[in-house]
Design a protein around this ligand. Structure first.
Ligand code: ARG
Length: 475
């Protein structure tokens, strides 16, 4: 089959190169946006009388038929279809004849076509799916947080579920379980906000039309109206330099970097869930649906789903890195190196979408072992509270911290816990200790004292949930 660009060649392309050069397997998913772009471009050609009304109608109808073929999985890709643009053009010529079909490409190059397709693809196909799934994840995290704000153990006491908070993976301070869950809602909310920003940022990137830039020099057709074309395709702006527009991939780098950050958030959440589901921690039980067994050890319930998410985040980072490296040494305008931007973008999109879907399922369905959470708390985690107790008695915090450390040391040496030390012994360490020190040994009080915005106290958690509620309603 003749190549689009075959005119100046005597010899055929080496078959190995033909394969390497072909991107149809990867870029066929651009078919919807490629047709959308072509339909708008055909109108532009008709406006300047390069197509008659009849020819434009034929092209529009042909493109609609090709759309239906793709939609109904009837489009037959041929070996000679180098990429989605050539495939659709080839089919259009077959359908409406080479003469009219061949006019669509007037003044257009695959260089501006592919760059424009990518902008449309991110906006129309990636953005709606990614923003929806991120909203569902936020909703899920918020619901689970809501569930553990107040839990009734014996109906007379109503208290938040509390468990150990860790720094350096060492027991640090008691925190509300809901506070931990919400600590992952905020990163995903930032991700959602940033995605919106990337997709709508003006006046460059995805909101900017690049079609009409030709191969490098622009569009030479007299009277061709790019502003009208931009409006037709719902772009807010027109690129102002054809050499920049054809090779600008900043918006893809933005998305890949963004995807890497989401991947890191997913990976860290996965890591917590994996740890907390081990027998050693035992705070949560993962849903069967998202775990697998071992072919050898019958007792095993492995968190493969979370391990996959954690592992795939590395691919998201490497896809971003690959594009950065592809771009860094390119001479100006289009070079074929850029063809791989699609493989990287689509791969990251697919990974992210399935990782997020799985995470939504896990967040909705994991069970919590409340007893394990409470039982994991230990009095040493109240050593900071003991220091605050002394602060309230007038001791400067640095001194109070030192005294509390002495109390911890005393307990360790006497093989006891800090809450079991006699008042007399405490007074020996520091005379400010009084009978009311007993009030410190209460995990609920400990958590509830963190009332300031951002703390783990119930009032702060309720306000976090309110803000998320409002955010999700406003969306
Ligand atoms: N398939 C190509 C790509 O994705 C389309 C642009 C080809 N342009 C060219 N001059 N060979 O990058």
């Amino acid at each position: 089959m003749a190549k689009l660009w075959g005119g100046r060649f005597d010899d055929c392309i080496d078959p190995v190169l033909e394969k390497l050069n072909s991107s149809i397997n990867t870029d066929q998913r651009l078919w919807r946006v490629d047709i959308k772009g072509s339909k708008a471009y055909a109108k532009g050609l008709k406006d300047i009388n390069l197509l008659t009304q009849e020819e434009e109608n034929e092209i529009q109808k042909g493109l609609d038929n090709i759309y239906d073929e793709w939609e109904n999985e009837k489009f037959a890709i041929q070996l000679s279809d180098e990429d989605i643009h050539t495939a659709i053009e080839r089919r259009l010529k077959e359908m409406i004849g080479p003469e009219t079909g061949g006019k669509l490409h007037t003044g257009r190059s695959r260089n501006d076509q592919v760059s424009n397709d990518m902008r449309l693809y991110i906006r129309h196909e990636m953005y709606p799916k990614l923003s929806l799934i991120l909203s569902l994840l936020l909703q899920g995290l918020k619901n689970r947080a809501n569930q553990y704000i107040l839990i009734s153990k014996d109906e007379t006491t109503n208290k938040p579920l509390i468990f150990p908070g860790y720094t350096h993976l060492q027991r640090a301070q008691p925190v509300a379980f809901s506070h931990w869950i919400l600590s992952y809602a905020w990163p995903f909310k930032r991700d959602l906000d940033k995605l919106k920003y990337i997709v709508s940022q003006e006046p460059w990137g995805i909101s900017t039309l690049s079609l009409g830039s030709g191969a490098i020099a622009g569009n030479p057709l007299k009277g061709f109206d790019r502003i009208k074309l931009a409006k037709e395709l719902d772009f807010q702006h027109c690129s102002l330099n054809s050499m920049d527009a054809t090779s600008d991939r900043d918006f893809i780098m933005d998305i890949l970097y963004w995807a890497s950050i989401v991947g890191i958030h997913l990976s860290r959440l996965s890591e917590d869930l994996i740890l907390y589901s081990t027998k050693e921690f035992g705070y949560i039980i993962l849903p069967d649906k998202y775990t697998t067994g071992s072919s050898l050890m019958p007792q095993k319930k492995n968190p493969d789903s979370l391990e996959l998410i954690r592992g795939k985040s590395a691919i998201l980072i490497s896809n971003c890195n690959a594009l950065l490296v592809i771009l860094k040494g390119l001479p100006s305008t289009y070079n074929k190196d850029l063809q791989d931007d699609k493989r990287l973008l689509f791969d990251s999109f697919d990974i992210l979408l399935s990782s997020l879907k799985i995470m939504v399922g896990i967040i909705d369905a994991f069970e919590v072992n409340e007893d394990r959470c409470y039982n994991a708390l230990s009095p040493d985690m109240l050593a900071t509270d003991l220091a605050y107790y002394l602060v309230n008695k007038g001791l400067p915090f640095r001194d109070a911290h030192h005294v509390s450390g002495k109390v911890v040391n005393f307990a360790e040496k006497n093989l006891t816990t800090i809450d079991k030390i006699d008042l007399k012994d405490l007074k020996n360490i520091n005379p400010l200790f009084e009978k009311d020190v007993i009030n410190i040994w209460n995990y609920v009080n400990s958590v509830e004292q963190y009332k300031a915005i951002g703390g783990t106290g119930t009032s702060s958690i309720l306000s976090q949930i309110n803000v998320l509620d409002q955010y999700l309603i406003d969306k």
